[in-house]
Design a binder for this molecule. Sequence first.
Ligand code: SF4
Ligand code: SF4
Length: 262
Amino acid sequence: MRNLLSKIKNIFTNKESKAEPETTQQKAKGQKLKVGYIHLSGCTGDLMSFTENYDDLVDLLHAVDIVYGTTLIDRWDMPEMDIVLIEGSVCLEDEHSIKELKEAREKADLLVAFGSCASTGGFTVYAKGGQQAQPQHSSFVPLQYIVDVDMAIPGCPPSPESIKKVILAAATNDMEYLKPFMEFAKNKEACGCDLQKKIVNQSICIGCGTCAAACPTRAMTMKDGRPLFNCDRCVKCGLCYYQCTRSWWPIDQIRKDMQKEQ
Ligand code: SF4
Ligand code: SF4
């Protein structure tokens, strides 16, 4: 974690005027942040949510170079990048996606799983093949199954506000704000079932209702002061688990400490 924090810090502090429009001097020094965007298997909702921030982020966009991205830039070979945002899960039957993902891991200092499909698989984990565009594609996994992910921004899609906050935290070196997103990247799964197993069944739920408030499909509701999960409505976005006030508790350590004290 410390290495990753310093890596992120270096990326941003080395680009000193990232929130300012580029000056000729900076251009000469090539200090603009090199950003890539890759779309794998998803609905493009995350990118659309990002663009909702256009007015707020226009200055920031002046300070980055979009160096790679389908539909964003006319370039086929993947260059070295400071950051790559990857939207969508990865299809195990799609060699091109797997190759592109692995190459992105090699070429980018910071690889960010952008949205729930990239972070947890999202609704794509339900796919069984036969869908119109690619009927032969039937197995989808989050990026962490194939490569190491540095940061994950879950959400189906992440709200424009949350995307803006992550970008501004990165631009202002607010590492405390970014830490949870680095923790998110360690999870391969996070959904209503995990919340049930790891929080409610472990007797550490305090009935705050944050999970139900975060759920976009009402798969998670509250009943008698406890979460009630309806798996038929769950799109595996992970928000209930990530936003649970207890999911970040170091529960194993707390239990060990309590045993020592007894
Ligand atoms: S229960 Fe709701 S918030 Fe939780 S993973 Fe399912 S859809 Fe997302
Ligand atoms: S967010 Fe966590 S602690 Fe709060 S009600 Fe849901 S499971 Fe319980």
